[in-house]
Design a protein around this ligand. Sequence first.
Ligand code: CTP
Length: 409
Amino acid sequence: MANFLQGKHIVLGVTGGIAAYKAAVLTRLLVKAGAEVQPVMTAAAKEFITPLTLSTLSGKPVISEFFTRNTGEWHSHVDLGLWADAMVVAPATACTIGKMAGGVADNMLVTTYLSAKAPVFVCPAMDLDMMAHPSTVANLRRLESYGNIIIDAAEGELASHLTGKGRMAEPEDIVKTLERYFRNAQCPSPLSGRKVMITAGPTREKIDPVRYISNYSTGKMGYALADELAARGADVIVVSGPVSVKPTQPGVKVVGVESALEMAEKSRELFPQCDVAVMCAAVADYRPAAPSATKIKREGNEPPQLQLVENPDIARSLGEMKQDDQLLVGFALETDHENENARKKMQRKKLDMVVLNSLRDAGAGFGTDTNKVTILTRKDNVSHEFPLKSKAEVAGDIADLIELLYCNE
Ligand code: CTP
């Protein structure tokens, strides 16, 4: 794959939070990817990591004052803003985010930000209460409204030993986001600006108010695909069953549903406005015919007999609605006669492409972070077989083929 960071000028703004130590790894990764990194540190950042570390890793003297004291050399934030192909603020503390949102240009970092013509990526990192405070939330929204890209903080253990949202995104993920940005800028995807709907996760079929029928789907594959397609510039909406995963790409919308009936209704409502729909959800094929309105009690009762009725086949109904300029992609989970069954499914549901998972392959299917797929398309008789990969990488392979089909439609 082409290296889209090669030769790129990155201004790395580092502010005073414990995650500043990760700026060293970020600098190293960016330099390794061929970028030129100019660190700009706030005074507080230097309490957490030394300028020597960042200047050594970047090969450039760190800038943090408006001029060098002993020589009087002026550091032009305007020149720096013009030099940059991207500015990354990592970590971005609540204080700096507030200053950026309000234009409080009292240090080199914020003046450079205000002068930057290039895209700005902001990687918040702070304690969970600060992160959740309405002022931080509003300031981040404001930065988004200025066109800045927020690389959201993750949940996990924080420096305070509390657990919650506030951990800076991992340097590897920040680099990936930058790579994607430059890739899209240099060779825009045919999916850029297209509307994509993805169904993801399991559905829950009520037995009574406290029990349900479901399956082991975690939604990881659907959300990986949502992130991948959003990173390629698509306008993505996920119709999602109950899952704990979240999209990591900014702009991915999620509509939560619970049952197959709800998922069917929402998907049918949204599909006519979509260019592409990907049916990733593990929809329960059956639901209890008459869920009990009250909790089914054990005492004095025989085990209940569950009468099941068929759920709608969402993919199939979208296949019926599909217009010539729409693409419909499905998944097929098979245990035997995989290719044959998947092709039949593609025909029956009028899919343009089917992503086949075989449960005979170790590391494929539900719950894992990896997947092994074979992709079949309606137009040709070719099976594109892929080795075991991370779900994020599989999402990339699926997206590549969707792009190809989309171009040839
Ligand atoms: N699908 C759907 N609605 C359903 C069942 C499946 O939209 N009620 C979609 C899935 O999201 C997937 C494709 O159809 O994209 C195939 O799902 P799969 O479970 O493999 O197939 P089924 O149609 O349920 O057939 P079978 O269980 O007999 O293999």
